[in-house]
Design a protein around this ligand. Structure first.
Ligand code: ASP
Length: 330
């Protein structure tokens, strides 16, 4: 009897505690957010991912009624940040923006402490960003043909910056080198923000970077643009030919981005984040800033968990075999 009573008391206490927990959680979800939200960026400040993050952080914060603070967690091509986010509390106060590196990491790294398909909640796709092959201003080559000749003559003396294994600048750079049949000296940075600073300063020769913050430097001649990674020329820089039209047939890289949260964030909170993201992408200032850099904002139905998750899955299937076959070095 005593045992029975104790058992009943125990069950009642557990039921009471879980009812309290459930009502606390419901309350927390209803009131969320009550403090600032951290938006993790897997590359250094000043780069393309950071730029998009800062652009959406302000309007997202305005619609959520709390500041969205960007936190740069660079290193290992974004996998350090992905690990941090996968392990963060699923309370909606940590969210994450990453590009297609989310789909390539599995094939590039032997063991990841997270699984891109199961460790996250998916909030939505954001934007697709073209890339440009850039050279430092005083590089002797003035066009793609001259660049090819310069590279053939100088081989590994030519340096090419990237943002580490898994960064799109690295993939683009390696794709370029393999199409030319050359091996340059590849120099990793914590993001293409600092890599671009060194290109502008003349410390490194080449960089394949996104258009997000490179267009003004191309327009005012502070860097040389040898070709875009798109099939059509970009309206913002119509004088820059595509790599495709200059002989690198089919050389196309567009960098897609997505917003994530740790696995287990309650659905009502995810819905609020998704609504704020959609609203941010429809803000006239954000649209103009992205359009000026020839960045495509994705259709709104892709700014959804379903849109992002299915795109991620198909990209993992595309990139996995390509990377495994190409033996990309660390
Ligand atoms: N997008 C990265 C950055 O923001 C660079 C990269 O992936 O190459 O720096």
């Amino acid at each position: 009897m005593k045992l029975k009573n104790t058992l009943f008391a125990g069950i009642a206490a557990v039921a009471g505690a879980s009812a309290l927990l459930a009502s606390n959680m419901a309350f927390a979800q209803k009131d969320w957010p009550t403090k600032s939200i951290q938006l993790v960026v897997p590359f250094a400040a000043g780069g393309p991912t950071d730029t998009i993050a800062r652009l959406i952080a302000v309007p997202m914060g305005q619609s959520l009624g709390q500041t969205v603070v960007v936190e740069n967690v660079p290193g290992a091509g974004g996998t350090i940040a992905s690990t941090k986010v996968a392990r963060a509390a699923p309370d909606g106060y940590t969210i994450y923006i990453h590009h297609m590196g989310m789909a390539t990491a599995n094939a590039l790294y032997d063991k990841l402490p997270y699984d891109p398909m199961t460790s996250f909640e998916y909030i939505g796709q954001v934007a697709d960003v073209p890339m440009v092959l850039l050279g430092k201003k005083d590089l002797p080559a003035n066009n793609f043909k001259e660049l090819e000749a310069y590279i053939k003559a100088n081989g590994s003396k030519v340096t090419m910056a990237n943002a580490g294994p898994g960064a799109v600048s690295q993939l683009c750079g390696l794709l370029f080198q393999s199409r030319l049949g050359v091996k340059l000296t590849n120099i990793p940075y914590k993001g293409t923000g600092p890599a671009l600073t060194d290109l502008l300063g003349g410390q490194v020769d080449l960089l394949c970077d996104q258009t997000t913050q490179t267009i003004p430097y191309i327009k005012d001649g502070r860097v040389k643009a040898f070709g875009t990674t798109t099939m059509k020329r970009l309206p913002a820089i119509p004088n820059v030919p595509t790599l495709n039209e200059q002989g690198l047939k089919g050389f196309e890289v567009k960098v897609w981005h997505g917003v994530y949260a740790p696995k287990g964030v309650p659905q009502p909170v995810l819905d609020k984040i998704n609504a704020a993201l959609k609203k941010a992408l429809n803000t006239p200032d954000v649209r103009k800033r992205l359009e000026d850099s020839n960045i495509d904002i994705v259709p709104m139905d892709k700014v959804s968990a379903k849109g992002l998750k299915s795109h991620l899955e198909s990209e993992i299937n595309v990139w996995g075999p390509v990377i495994r076959k190409s033996n990309i070095p660390d």
